[in-house]
Design a protein around this ligand. Structure first.
Ligand SMILES: [Zn+2]
Length: 368
């Protein structure tokens, strides 16, 4: 599903294909819609520090035995006591499956090497010990396989109970129209000069869902180079990198002067917004779908639930030779949530590209 460039909503946080917008003809005016209020610009940056500790990392400075976690095991699980009140429990089969040794886990490719299905169902430790580098487990298998789990790795991956699930999350900033006064922006030179500038750009996208890059030279080459600071450019049905105008070169209203309302589609696009030379219209509209969703959840929880459950089929079919639709074809609900945390992670809103809603139950048509 792919749609016009005048209006888009930035919800998906990935890098991908690049679109270069070149307005050569005046197009219909599209005012930037105001939002009632904003609670932007209060959050502090939180640095994302993904858990990458592996057994191959350099050993920790010497730790006294008394400072080490307490460990114990039985036929089912290993318990790790972080302090007198905090314990994590790990099933034996889970630990064996997650062995970080070089025979079980490739330290460079980060892929599992062991055969999960050969682990005996009654696997249990012969011995567990707290070492300065981590939890050492000698298993009751014929080869007395020994595993070492770094303490930081166990803490980050503790599931009974989860200990640090929220620690590495960036705080999302919800925003309204006031963000116009100081939209998240990074200078082109800064992004191109080094990783600090790139980090600033990506952090903006992570926190706000979008970021401007100012002062990009108005050439396809510079735009493409900028895109590649994030990652490789993905091929789409529109090409890998392209510019367009209102000539209906593709069967999509993005190629017309018809004003487009707020919508999401391939939100990992990078747009190069070029100014008019003697024309009006073609303004870009940005809406924070997460902010809209947070208001809806407060004011109308039933509508929020409906939008979280009813899948929306969609299509792009403006070319005689092409037909694009989601997999599965029934599509996805407008509001997508993390399976584990139930946090809102995606807002898919594109009323124009929505297909026939032939799957609704009769009783929910009007509500929907
Ligand atoms: Zn191993």
């Amino acid at each position: 599903m792919l749609r016009g460039a005048r209006a888009f909503n930035t919800l998906c946080r990935r890098a991908g294909a690049t679109r270069i917008l070149r307005r050569t003809a005046p197009s219909s005016p599209r005012p930037v819609l105001p939002h009632p209020r904003s609670f932007a610009s209060v959050a502090q940056t939180q640095t994302a520090t993904p858990a990458t500790a592996t057994a191959s990392e350099s050993p920790l400075p010497e730790i006294k035995a008394a400072d080490l976690p307490i460990v114990s095991s039985d036929a089912k699980q290993v318990a790790v006591g972080w302090d007198t009140r905090t314990w994590s429990r790990f099933h034996n089969i889970w630990l064996r499956d997650h062995c970080r040794c070089s025979r079980c886990f490739h330290s460079i490719t980060k892929q599992r090497l062991l055969n999960t299905f050969q682990i005996p169902a009654d696997i249990a430790p012969l011995k567990v010990s707290a070492k300065p580098e981590g939890l050492e487990v000698v298993w009751n298998t014929t080869d007395s396989h020994t595993s070492l789990y770094p303490w930081s790795w166990l803490e980050v991956n503790s599931y009974d109970p989860p200990l640090t699930r929220d620690a590495n999350k960036t705080e999302k900033v919800l925003w309204g129209s006031k963000i116009q006064q100081a939209p998240p922006t990074v200078a082109y030179e800064e992004v191109m000069a080094g990783d600090a500038g790139l980090y600033k750009w990506l952090s903006n996208i992570d926190r706000f869902g979008f970021s401007f890059v100012s002062g990009v030279p108005p050439t396809p080459e510079a735009t493409e180079e900028l895109s590649e600071r994030i990652g490789f450019i993905r091929e789409t049905q529109y090409g890998r990198f392209w510019d367009f105008t209102s000539d209906l070169a593709k069967g999509d209203t993005a190629y017309t002067t018809i004003a487009l309302g707020a919508h999401t589609d391939n939100t990992y696009f990078l747009f190069h917004l070029l100014e008019h030379t003697g024309g009006t219209g073609g303004a870009t509209l940005l809406v924070d779908g997460f902010y809209a969703a947070s208001i809806l959840k407060e004011l109308n929880p039933e509508a929020y639930r409906l939008l979280s459950e009813v899948p929306i089929p969609a299509h792009a079919a403006g070319e005689p030779t092409s037909f694009y639709r989601p997999t599965p074809a029934s599509g996805y609900p407008v509001l997508g949530h993390d399976n584990l945390t139930r946090d809102l992670t995606q807002v898919r809103w594109n009323n124009d590209d929505r297909s026939v809603m032939s799957h609704l139950e009769a009783g929910s048509v009007e509500k929907w």
